[in-house]
Every structure is written in C-alpha cells, then in structure tokens.
Design a protein around this ligand. Structure first.
Ligand code: ATR
Length: 279
C-alpha cells in the first residue's frame, strides 16, 4: 500500500501542494499518495488524529492551523520553536514531530533560484504574523546588516523583534517610521495581498538595485509587486519559488531524498499561464 501524506487547511481547494508532491514523487520514484484535506476550523486535531489512525505518515499544515499544529506536536525542531508555527508534521513511533520549512524555503528561493545573498544587506520584513515569524529566524541567520520588521500594529513587530537573540541590527516599527529609510531587500509577509491590498508603505523605501519579494503568489502581480515596480524596482519575485522549496524540504524530511525543484516550478508557471489564458 502507498504511504499516505496530506495537507490540512481551511480553505484548501486552491492548494498546489498535491500537484507539487505528486511531481516530486514521480521524479524521485517514491510510492506515495498526497491529498488535500479540508479540516473544520474547530476540528483540526480530530482531523489529524483520524489521518494518523488511517496510517498517515506525514502532513503539511497551512492557514489557519500552523499555530495549533505547533501545540499538537509532542516534539519540535528548533526552527519550529522560533517560528511558533508548524507547517510540516512527521508521524512516527515516537509520536508527532513538528517542523517549519517556510524560512528554509524562502532562503533557498532567494539564494539558489534568484541568486540573491542577504548577507550584509539592509532587509525590511513587512508583517508580524505567522508568515513573518516563520521566516525571521532563517533571515537573521544570513547575517544581514540590518533587519527591520514593520507592521500595521507596531507592537506586534516590536514583540517579534524582541523575542529573538540579537545577532544583527534588528528592530520593529510601524510603516510611518520607514519614511526616509531605504532597503536592499523588501519582503512582504503580510496577508494584505490576499485582499488585493497594500500595506501603507512610504515612497522611497527601495534602494537602487533592490529586490522586492512577495511571499504570496497568484494570478498576475500582487499589489505589493505592482507598487514596487512603480517605484522603479526591476527585480520582482512572488512566492511560488518559496512554496515549491518549502515543499521540497518537507519531502526530504519525509522521504530522505531532495527533489529537483526547477522542473516543478516550471510546471506550475505553465499551469498558471494556462489558467490565466482561459479567463
Ligand atoms: P499570517 O499567519 O498569514 O501571517 P496573521 O497572523 O493574521 O496571518 O498576520 C497577518 C499579517 O498581515 C499581520 O502582520 C497583519 O497586520 P496586523 O498585525 O497589523 O493585523 C498584516 N496585514 C493584513 N492585512 C493588512 C493590510 N491590509 N495592510 C497591512 N498589513 C496587513
């Protein structure tokens, strides 16, 4: 019988994870089934338990269950502890291991796919929710010259900055405080793009030759990337590469093999283009 994996979320209908993991499994000749499971908002724990009882071997977890998964796991990796959120679960004889591959996925996309090194750069992280928490540890590990976390609710940004060991110039602020500053790398980890919105960013935050990165992806450019383009930023990236890289890291944890992500990213880009063309 094939090994079973899944992704839990709500909503989950538009998840690309089943297609990504099916492609990885075919490429790496792994006999597994990966499905998307819509868990009720108040029924995540029951959904996980019934998946485990049905011989589930591992799972990804997406919005809105990443914090709950962190509480449910009986062991956590260091990166999951820093994030306070779990996107990958491993079910084994010792129970449930919780990990977080989001930050690793972002860094792989930046360094390998986009050829960008954050070391020594001025980095701005927008947002202080779960998505920002998932990537801030690995971002700090790259030793940027400065890492500023800006959020609509400034206290959340300050709290997030204060929770981490200070290895670099790290601070939290609101958007207005960004006026007069510029950054080499600006990462949008807010959920504003989901609602077609843009955080209230002052003009001039992008340094010459900066990279604007939106952790969201979808049809066409997000409002954040449109804004960056209008500010003269030439290097724009959405979160599709990060999505595939975080999935590859989860696959490696489960199966002990790292898939080649390039053909899978290309497959998803083609699928996006085909969907756009039929609209
Ligand atoms: P997630 O787990 O996806 O990060 P979250 O914890 O609800 O979700 O956090 C959402 C983030 O997006 C927060 O930083 C939120 O700002 P607040 O903390 O001030 O609420 C940010 N966000 C959502 N919509 C936004 C908008 N329209 N403009 C600016 N920031 C927004």
């Amino acid at each position: 019988m094939s090994d079973r994996y899944c992704v839990f979320g709500n909503p989950i209908g538009h998840s690309r994870s089943p297609a990504i993991h099916a492609a990885f499994a075919a490429q790496c000749r792994q006999d597994l089934i990966y499905e998307a499971i819509l868990a009720p908002r108040d029924g995540f724990v029951d959904a996980v338990r019934s998946f485990v009882a049905g011989s589930g071997r591992g799972a990804n977890v997406t919005v809105p269950f990443k914090e709950e998964a962190c509480l449910l796991a009986n062991r956590l990796t260091d990166r999951a502890k820093v994030a306070g959120a779990v996107n990958t679960l491993v079910f084994d004889g010792a129970g449930m291991l919780g990990d977080n591959t989001d930050g690793y996925g972002l860094l792989r996309d930046l360094t390998l796919n986009l050829g960008y090194q954050a070391a020594g750069k001025r980095v701005l992280l927008l947002g202080a929710g779960g998505a920002a928490r998932g990537v801030i540890g690995p971002l700090l590990d790259t030793r940027p010259a400065a890492l500023v976390v800006a959020n609509r609710t400034a206290d959340r940004a300050r709290d997030l900055a204060q929770r981490l060991p200070v290895t670099t110039s790290l601070r939290g602020c609101d958007y207005a405080e960004l006026a007069g500053q510029s950054f080499d790398l600006v990462i949008n980890a807010t959920s504003a793009s989901l609602g077609g919105q843009l955080p209230p960013l002052p003009k001039g935050i992008f340094a010459a030759d900066s990279l604007a990165y939106d952790m969201m992806y979808g049809q066409g450019q997000t409002p954040f990337l449109v804004f960056a383009g209008s500010q003269g930023v030439a290097r724009l990236a959405d979160g599709l590469g990060m999505l595939v890289e975080q999935a590859a890291e989860a696959f490696r944890i489960w199966r002990g093999i790292r898939p080649d992500t390039k053909p899978v990213m290309a497959m998803l880009r083609v699928a996006e283009a085909a969907t756009s063309a039929t609209r």
